[in-house]
Design a protein around this ligand. Sequence first.
Ligand code: DGY
Length: 334
Amino acid sequence: MIARQKVWVSRPLFPDVLARLSEYLEVQAEAVERKHTPEQLREYLAGVDAAIISLADPVDAGVVDGNRRLRVIANLAVGYNNLDVPALTRAGILACNTPDVLNETVADYAWALMLGAARRANAAERWLRAGHWHGGMRFDDWLGVDVHGKTLGILGMGRIGQAIARRGAGFDMRVLYHNRSRLPEPVERECRATLVGKDELLRRADHLVLVLPYSRENHHAIGAPELALMKRSAVLVNVARGGIVDDAALAAALREGRLAAAGLDVFEGEPALHPDLLGLDNVLLSPHIASASEDTRRAMADLAADNVLAALGHGPRAGQPPAPLNPEVMKRWP
Ligand code: DGY
């Protein structure tokens, strides 16, 4: 009997997606969420033909060098800064991600953070739950900043940035963006967005949303000098990646009232948080959940499974994985 190909799933996933994988493959799925050391990753990946992993699993040359069996790694995310794609390419391993299916859900959440942080919804809720609401209602208490009619700034205008921008029309906002390249005119018109330089974006935005991918060049793209350009009344939202913001500099700006508020879904060195952020009331914090709606997480899991099955030659898209990052490696496969 010919042995079935094997897929390792690095953390708990929807049972129906695992069942679909198991129609074609032997599935070895982790039942509990836990961090894997590089040595463990190396060991697990050595014994399988495919893996579905998350952002919490960093895969570099040290993990895959010398691996003769592994064909495909499907990341459960659109961002892939946990993958050393050149190293995977050298090793002949296909890397895949989950683009597009999460654009609107992440855009919704960026707005949730913007609205919540601007209107201090999280701090007010904490205060109420702590039993502090005894008197009537002070007229000059819990004052936040408006969102409607203000200027929305977007740093990184890919598909998620565009989805965030389109929502600005409903709040009657001016939309400014900064990006490596200018968007085609019809897209700018649809988003009602104007390209400006980075410094101008920082100076003019009342609400600044970060959606740029993490790279060495983008490390601390928002640090003390950039924060110093922003309005004291501004709100900063990060749904991109930790490390794009210098969290220590941000905490200082928030503490000293040089920035009104922030909504953060991602952190430098997450799951660890900069301790100064935890003590502040004008920051809304969440544990990297921007894509976490039922529909979208299912769509991401389905896409990761499609990537694996197709790359290994199974199912309706056999040989044509829907979201490859380095498709050229497939030409080198026997
Ligand atoms: C992604 O897909 O890159 C998100 O950060 C995961 O929620």
